[in-house]
Design a protein around this ligand. Structure first.
Ligand SMILES: C[S@@+](CC[C@H](N)C(=O)[O-])C[C@H]1O[C@@H](n2cnc3c(N)ncnc32)[C@H](O)[C@@H]1O
Ligand code: SF4
Length: 335
């Protein structure tokens, strides 16, 4: 499989034709993937962090994680992604949680800032299908200026160690492009071979005050270095150029991709985490079946005005695909 196809979300839903057909026939489906925040704590303070306002001491406890993972598996969920809130490797039960998910037969992947990889080499190298390391800088100076931490060398060392020891995990370095680090776009591309990783990946930092001229010049520079393992999230850069305008009227992506925070709350979508009006339920006291089938989901959806949702939200690409499929197309038979 090409590494680009591992990362690009635009057509992955077509690998699940039965679930998609069920949905298109008007039936309720359960998520294919869950995103689980293992920790709301973070050791860094990235200037652009979209989730910083939710940083707090919560970490998900082992019993709760176990309940969620087994219930998810019983409803047909196929994968779990550990990401933000904060830094997932700050959860002291990380290894045990990944072993449970593995026993439940779930595919696992993680977004991490990379600082604590050295404490979790075994689960990361043996049990993850992907490890995405958000490095976002090519020099120590830029790293320290944008993340307010001196862990740059440690993350590089950890990246090399993991790349050497990994089994099935695809290991990549991420670069969130912002005006604060864009001078280093080209220098970062050298990390692909220096660290013997599977890929590097450029995405835009999503903020409300994007300078379009700057963004266009970034896109041109990225086009020059893009390659089979030097990946650029072009769909995100183009969407941002277009102010993240939505072409769809309703969010259906949340039926396929569910989000659960470290305290056990299940949300319509993690872009709305900790906004009570978008909470679907509490996995501490309810089953995922009750939460995903319950009537609260309809009530929350009635309150949802997607024009007020953050731009380029997590289910955005999926929503675009689903919108195309649910619209009538009287020429659909002309292939
Ligand atoms: C919130 S972090 C949590 C996991 C881990 N702490 C990390 O940094 O990878 C998850 C991902 O969100 C990305 N992210 C944070 N703020 C963002 C923003 N404003 N725009 C786009 N992505 C953002 C990070 O780069 C990271 O890859
Ligand atoms: S490391 Fe991740 S969660 Fe922590 S501040 Fe940076 S982007 Fe946010």
């Amino acid at each position: 499989m090409k590494i680009k196809d591992c990362i690009d979300p635009t057509s992955k839903i077509f690998f699940h034709p039965e679930i998609l057909t069920k949905f298109l026939n008007g039936n309720r489906v359960y998520p294919i993937s869950i995103e689980m925040d293992l920790s709301d704590q973070c050791n860094l303070k990235c200037n652009w962090c979209r989730y910083a306002e939710g940083h707090k001491p919560n970490v998900m406890n082992l019993q709760l994680a176990k309940k969620i993972l087994w219930e998810a598996q019983s409803l047909g969920v196929k994968s779990v992604v550990y990401s933000g809130g904060g830094e997932p490797l700050l959860n002291p039960e990380f290894e045990l949680i990944t072993e449970i998910a593995n026993r439940a037969g779930l595919d696992q992947g993680i977004y991490t800032n990379g600082c604590f990889i050295d404490t979790q080499i075994k689960p990361l190298s043996h049990l993850m299908k992907f490890v995405y390391i958000s490095l976002d800088a090519a020099t120590k100076e830029t790293y320290e200026r944008t993340k307010h931490s001196d862990e740059f060398e440690r993350v590089l060392h950890n990246t090399r160690t993991l790349a050497e020891q990994k089994r099935k995990a695809r290991v990549g370095l991420g670069f969130l492009v912002s005006p604060e680090n864009s001078d280093e776009i080209e220098a970062f591309a050298d990390f692909l071979d220096r660290f013997d990783i599977d890929y590097i990946h450029y995405r835009p930092a999503i903020t409300s005050d994007i300078n379009k001229r700057w963004l266009r010049s970034v896109i041109r520079r990225l086009q020059k270095i893009e390659g089979p393992r030097t990946l650029v999230a072009n769909y995100k850069f183009q969407d941002l150029l277009n102010d993240g305008k939505r072409t769809y009227k309703e969010c259906f992506g949340h039926y396929f991709l569910s989000g659960i925070t470290a305290d056990g709350s299940v949300w319509l979508c993690l872009n709305h985490r900790y906004h009570e009006q978008f909470k679907l339920g509490d996995a501490n006291t309810e089953t995922l079946y009750e939460i995903w089938r319950g009537k609260r989901i309809r009530e929350v959806k009635k309150r949802l005005d997607i024009s007020k949702c953050p731009i380029l939200c997590r289910p955005h690409e999926l929503n675009k695909v689903l919108d195309t499929l649910i619209k009538d197309n009287e020429h659909a038979n002309f292939l």
